[in-house]
Structures are given as structure tokens and as C-alpha cells.
Design a protein around this ligand. Structure first.
Ligand SMILES: [Zn+2]
Ligand SMILES: [Zn+2]
Length: 108
């Protein structure tokens, strides 16, 4: 079991946030790489193993693809790039009336 605090980037708003991770990982250690396709084998360099490296590699392989700073993260505005968790941006207020008509048509 590996655990630690890592710094992640939110997939939606790109904000950096800390996350405590526990990984149930088998990390067999080997002094030579027998199976190059197995990412869970860590090479020993001399008699020491770089635990940091083990953790980072395991983390990369076992983490879900998308991390969010919190579940309902609103992300960034496509148009101005404002972080919408901080409040609505001006783009949403001045919606193009033609687009609004189009949206109504689509909703029907
Ligand atoms: Zn976020
Ligand atoms: Zn905007």
C-alpha cells in the first residue's frame, strides 16, 4: 500500500489542488527488467530503491484519467477562460440572441 499527498491539476479548471492518495499497489522489485510490459516492476539500483520514483510511477499508472478539484467543478469559460467557480463571467450574461433562439429550437 502506497499513500501520500500529491499535487494534482483539475481536469476542468486546471487549478492545482492537493489530494491524499492511497494506492493498493503491488510493487515487486527486481534487479533486472524481465518483463518490459509490466509497469509495476521497479528496478533496483544497487540495493536502494527510489521510493519517490516507485510512488510516482505507480500513481501515474493507477490513477483515474480525470481528476477534478471537486465533483461539481464548473471549469473554465470557453470564451474568456475565467474560472467559473469564482462566479459567472460576463460572456454568459451577454448571450448572443441568435444563439438563444437556436438553443430554444434545439430544446424542443
Ligand atoms: Zn476544478
Ligand atoms: Zn467567459
Amino acid at each position: 500500500m502506497l499513500s501520500g499527498d500529491v499535487r494534482c491539476f483539475c481536469a476542468r479548471c486546471l487549478k492545482e489542488f492537493p489530494k491524499h492518495i492511497e494506492l493498493d499497489v503491488n510493487a515487486p522489485l527486481a534487479d533486472s527488467l524481465q518483463d518490459e510490459d509490466n509497469p509495476d516492476i521497479f528496478l533496483l539500483e544497487g540495493d536502494a530503491v527510489d521510493l519517490d520514483e516507485v510512488f510516482r510511477t505507480a500513481f501515474t499508472f493507477h490513477m483515474p484519467q480525470r481528476l477534478l478539484c471537486f465533483e461539481d467543478c464548473k471549469g473554465l469559460c470557453d470564451r474568456c477562460g475565467k474560472n467559473l467557480n469564482d462566479g459567472p463571467c460576463d460572456c454568459t450574461a451577454e448571450a448572443d440572441p441568435r444563439l438563444a433562439v437556436l438553443r430554444q429550437l434545439l430544446e424542443k
